[in-house]
Design a protein around this ligand. Structure first.
Ligand code: UT7
Length: 314
């Protein structure tokens, strides 16, 4: 059995169509100034004809290429998504087929915490010896469930995908992971549907979610460091869920992490839910900021609420 689950490849993909804050201000009552100061978001990508599986496929292929393995070597695929292409089959099985893999594949739904939940699940498969090579993907086409007339949510979300390949290893990888859920906050952040056969749109009590996110994530970051007997000075990077720059800075401040050690990619893609952490991770790996041996703290929170963290050596 492997002692650690280690990331051996990362990948990401953003669809080509860019929608800027100025573009949105032509159709809803908002301004570039409001969106930038309140959220840090400058633009987002929106799919035209691509599906959640299409985005996932490109991100996954990039991660497999970096890992130097073929899809048919995978033992498991976990796809975290809130926007599956169909109710069934699982989008993960469509991805398995598109990649030419022949392993089990399933979707995991934990909204913006989906990637953390999927990574933690994959780690358990590896540590128990049930799998050796696992593809973990976060992919979203949130633009399909955004109410484009609602300025309080339309400015926040975007489409994209990120992926990692994990391998069982004697070398240090994931050191600690912790997941939480509190299902009593249903109405604070949900997709509303009046009838059971409707999909509905994202609805959020933004300010309430903001305060809970800062509170839960700050406590989680402190406890994660404590559990690993580490201080933030021993972290090379924090790779947070990319929802709002003010949430990210408040959590960084609480654990005394300078912002130049925090990966922030949300200006260019907004909140991509389950895709946001692996997207940020891949961008920073490919631009050379994150390097082998670096200590990373990943954390995120989303609807439910569900939240969690992973501390790992890259
Ligand atoms: O992924 C995990 C889940 N999501 C999040 O983490 C998001 C958490 N929440 C947030 O990021 C912030 O709460 C928002 C960015 C959504 C909102 O920022 P806020 O500072 O909490 O603003 P607010 O909701 O308290 O609204 C302030 C004002 C309101 O006007 P009044 O009542 O003060 O006159 C809103 O109507 O801003 C108004 N407003 C807007 N104005 C221009 C709300 N949305 C917009 C907009 N453009 N797009």
């Amino acid at each position: 059995m492997s002692k650690f689950a280690r990331i051996i490849g990362t990948g990401s993909y953003l669809p080509p169509k860019v929608v800027t804050n100025d573009d949105l201000s032509k159709t809803i009552d908002t301004t570039n100034e409001w969106i930038t100061t309140r959220t840090g978001i400058q633009e987002r990508r929106i799919v035209e004809n691509e599906s959640t599986c299409d985005l996932a496929e490109i991100a996954a292929k990039n991660a497999l290429e970096m890992a130097g393995i073929n899809a048919n070597e995978l033992d498991l695929i976990i796809l975290a998504t809130t926007t599956p292409d169909k109710i069934f089959p699982a989008t993960a099985t469509m991805l398995q087929n598109a990649l030419g893999a022949n392993c089990p594949a399933f979707d995991l739904q934990s909204v913006c915490a989906g990637f953390i939940f999927a990574l933690t699940t994959a780690e358990q498969y590896i540590k128990t010896g049930a799998a050796s090579k696992v593809l973990v993907v976060g992919s979203e086409t949130l633009s399909r469930i955004v109410n484009w007339k609602d300025r309080s949510t339309a400015v926040l979300f975007g489409d994209g995908a990120g992926a990692v390949v994990l391998e069982g290893s004697k070398e240090t990888g994931i050191l600690h992971s912790k997941l939480f859920s509190d299902g009593s906050y249903l109405s604070s952040l949900q997709v509303s549907n009046e009838r059971i056969n409707e999909v509905g749109f994202i609805e959020m009590a933004g300010n309430e979610v903001f305060k809970i996110a800062v509170n839960r994530l700050s406590t989680l970051a402190e406890n994660t460091l404590k559990a690993c007997n580490m201080t933030s000075e021993q972290l090379d990077w924090m790779v947070p869920h990319q929802a709002n720059i003010r949430i990210i800075s408040a959590v960084a401040k609480r654990i005394k992490m300078p912002m130049n050690k925090v990966i922030v990619t949300l200006p260019k893609h907004g909140n991509t839910s389950a895709a946001s952490i692996p997207l940020a991770l891949d961008i920073a790996v490919r631009d050379g900021r994150i390097q082998k041996g670096h200590n990373l703290l990943l954390e995120g929170i989303g609807g439910g609420f569900s939240w969690g963290s992973v501390l790992l050596k890259f």
